[in-house]
Design a binder for this molecule. Sequence first.
Ligand code: UD1
Length: 421
Amino acid sequence: MQKLVISGEKKISGEISVQGAKNSALPLLAGCVLARGETVLHNCPRLSDVFASTRILTHLGFRCRREGDSVIISSDTISRSDIPEELMREMRSSIVFLGAIIGRCGKCCLSFPGGCELGPRPIDMHISALKQMGVSICEEYGVLCCEAQKGIHGAKITLSFPSVGATENIMMAAVLAKGETVIRNAAREPEICDLAEFLNACGGRVYGAGTSTITISGVNELRGCEHRVMSDRIVCATYLGAAAITGGEVNVRGARPEDIEAILSVFEEMGCCVYPYRDSIYMSCHKPLRSVKTIRTMPYPGFPTDAQSIMLAVLSKAKGTSVMVENIFESRYRQVGELVRMGCMIKTEGKVAIIEGVKKLYGARVVATDLRGGAALVLAGLSAQGETVISNIKLIDRGYESIENALSSIGADIRRVTEGF
Ligand code: UD1
């Protein structure tokens, strides 16, 4: 079993490049199902969830190979339209393959994705939208069988919440559908824009991505293209958080400041000096951190839920009391117990976490409970006195490309060890 071992209290200082975004790469890989011919995705991160997606593509009959930071997918023919349970279980976001497979084949069978470490993650909005587009869906013993006997047609769909996954699934199903689809109250996340750009580069006609109304005019065929995966805004926020919690400084290259304005303004409120450039962010944090007023997680452009646990760790070292309200997921404070073991003073009740800043954190043996919660433990470990050992790091590997090498390159003392064999 692998663990991360951190020797804390080393200031972060230096320059680092940010990897391609997991949350963009996964829908883009699913989008490859729709395009005939060869697709090249540059800046595709080496992550376990990306490997899980290419395993699904291989199962569907496509050829996938990696060349440096690019993944190349050849998808002239698709030989099946199902995803077996073991592949679905590996990654909850494999649900985004549903819209793509049904868009290409007119049918799809996959097992219900179920809950995950963030609590129940229903897909009712995905299902109801596909039904409106002429897809009949039957659900039996945890298997979802979808078929559009008369083909998929455009529809006017209003989402009750701007779900990222539902917006992506509808875009994929709509791009080859007959007629026009309009998504109202669509998610506006930058990853939605990246998917729209990709689909359009393949020959699709997707308009309005990044606003709350997206219009998709169906086309007859998509052809493979070359596309660069956007940079990962949450990984960028993690590096900035590492500088903040250690009182250091960092220049994150390849970052897109406009994607994380809500996060940058929190760092500024804490007293960090933020210098956003066109494709990098420099931040220095040499003054003691201050607490902030209430942060509420919201759909984009609000404060992202994926940065919530990282910020809990950083706010734990800020003077005064801060409040976090988690509005997106039900069980997203599971990491708090482990942070408290390291000296953080955080109390949670329902959606709310109250964070009392402390002067010192202490190294401990802790367990990652989810991807971003695991990253929060890493940040706490960087600033803690003594040694922190984090286990269950396969969850961190889902979203961070070799986090130990990245943080070591900017001054952290962190290494991966294999234990227990
Ligand atoms: C995506 C991101 C995830 C991020 C989240 C919110 C990927 C691979 N994952 O997840 O990292 O935390 O957006 O920014 O891109 N919901 C329903 N019914 C549905 C769909 C969603 O009730 O049919 C609820 C969910 O339970 C959750 C909320 O809507 O409470 C937001 O979910 P959604 O935006 O769909 O998140 P994901 O696409 O799963």
